[in-house]
Design a protein around this ligand. Sequence first.
Ligand code: NDP
Ligand code: GDR
Length: 323
Amino acid sequence: MKTAFITGITGQDGAYLAQFLLQQGYRVCGLIARRSTNTLWRLEYLDIAKEIEWIEGDMTDVTSLIRALQQSKPSEVYNLAAQSFVGTSWEQPITTGHVTALGVLHVLEAIRLTDPSIRFYQASSSEMFGLVQEAHQSEQTPFYPRSPYGVAKLYGHWITVNYRESFKIFASSGILFNHESPLRGIEFVTRKVTDGAARIKLGQQKELRLGNIDSQRDWGFAGDYVKAMWKMLQQSEADDYVIATGQTTTVRDMCNIAFNAVGLNYEDYIVIDPKLYRPAEVDLLLGNPAKAKQKLGWEAETSLQTLIEMMVEADLDRVKSQL
Ligand code: NDP
Ligand code: GDR
């Protein structure tokens, strides 16, 4: 039986990846940070919390990561933990740097010190592309991050490449474009919109305040994307891959899909709030997943329409259960 160790297992991707690896017959160990509230809701939603071996630790505490690897003895490590909300990265740039940038180095050092044969996956991001230099961003597109989060992810990406080249660690980086699900955090725009549409439909909210609805994103389903992470670690050589749908949509058109799903017109409810604009924006993300298709045999399986309708359905159920 193979063992996987996942940081960020309590987040959206961590929950779907843990479910997928358990289905593949893995023993799954997960890092859990000390919090004052329950962070297991996603794993409980998928009914897998009890199947995980929990190890307490924090990305900023390298000793806890070394202990976690000594205890779990994994053959694969998936590094998903991050301060992952772009907006917060301007309010907490130092924390974002500690967790999202240096945290990656902590995990790589823990691997180097305990067992350099461990295979490592880094959750890199399309936010590293940032300022649009070309549409259809690929592994060859130059990086130009536009937020403290994007800059921190770029450090994580390059330190992963560097440990691969310096120490021959099997370290792969997935440059993932936005991916969403009913388990998405409420602060991200898709979930904010699907939750808002559900609440407005059920009379619990009158309007939905948003920032820049002209930005364009390449949105896929998280459940599809975690399979690409696993496929990267099953290759004969470590490498970097863009994971995306190859389609882009404005926030405005995504709102249209969500409100249509509850029989409403988004234009009657969306209020633009300049306070929600970001200090620097990423205007267009559109990935070219050709390499992933060719080398991993991976393709996005879920359309944005299906994804948003699935999220609206889940939010309607949640809001109804709270009435
Ligand atoms: P989430 O924000 O849902 O999850 C983040 C996870 O990181 C949580 O488990 C959180 O734990 C954990 N974490 C945060 N700080 C620490 C810390 N100091 N020590 C230990 N754990 C910590 O992110 P997603 O699941 O959406 O994303 C997973 C990864 O993929 C992230 O690295 C993200 O930046 C990256 N990514 C995501 C994309 C997306 O569209 N979803 C696209 C590209 C990259 P807790 O629950 O305790 O807060
Ligand atoms: P993003 O996702 O920044 O792309 O990062 P987010 O959903 O936060 O924003 C997408 C776009 O929507 C615009 N927007 C709003 N965003 C939020 N959150 N709230 C609003 O009210 C709002 N109004 C408009 C934003 O300006 C932006 O253009 C996500 C995260 O998961 C990262 O961790 C990941 O690396 C990238 O995707 C790829």
